[in-house]
Write a protein that binds this ligand. Structure first.
Ligand code: AMP
Length: 189
């Protein structure tokens, strides 16, 4: 097992990204850093971050880049992430965040960027079925539109740096996990 595993993961909301990232992180023994989870936890605990993020999450928009960048920089600076690495789920979400991420990890770049690919029609059906509080049809469509507009260019950014790996996210949880695990293992070299 390599010393450290550093992976960033893209995928539409509802692609099964959270579940798969948690499994892959557990498999490689590295922290699963989910920015959505950090924000939802801050909202539940009513911290200053939570109060700033609540309205944005309710509306299905994106939290301000500067706030997200300092949040992730802080989290990746913690001991577990510094020594073991991370499966970073939900960040970067914009080109500004990607530039900041590339800069903060310049000394030790991510091994790969994984795009967990699930078609839009499939994720809409899944999201409507899971009934999370911020999953109104309006919020879902807003988030998917934002994803196309802001996050898809990131996939091109990492494709051009040759660190992008596309994983087919359609299938059973175990099938997708196996593809994802094998892809990460392959980019560790
Ligand atoms: P997720 O669980 O990744 O779908 O994130 C839930 C919500 O948290 C998103 O719809 C955004 O409002 C917010 N969020 C999570 N990560 C980011 C990020 N990197 N930049 C901006 N907003 C984010």
């Amino acid at each position: 097992m390599p010393h450290s595993v550093r992976v960033i993961v893209f995928g539409r909301q509802g692609a099964g990204k959270g579940t798969q990232c948690a499994r892959v992180a557990a498999h490689f023994g590295v922290p699963h850093v989910s920015t959505g989870e950090i924000l939802r936890d801050a909202i539940a605990r009513d911290t200053a971050l939570g109060r700033a993020a609540r309205v944005v999450l309710d509306g299905g928009g994106l939290v301000e880049d500067s706030l997200m960048i300092s949040l992730v920089q802080g989290r990746l600076g913690e001991q577990d992430a510094r020594t073991r690495g991370y499966v970073l789920d939900g960040f970067p979400r914009t080109l500004v965040q990607a530039a900041a991420f590339d800069e903060m990890t310049a000394a030790r770049p991510a091994h790969c960027a994984v795009d967990l690919e699930v078609p839009r029609e499939v994720v809409v059906a899944r999201l409507l079925a899971r009934r999370r509080e911020d999953d109104t049809p309006e919020a879902i469509n807003h988030r998917l539109d934002l994803y196309e507009a802001q996050t898809s260019p990131l996939i091109e950014h990492y494709r051009s740096r040759s660190s992008l790996r596309v994983v087919d996210g359609v299938g059973t949880q175990d099938e997708v996990f196996e593809r994802f695990r094998a892809t990460v293992a392959a980019c560790l070299g």
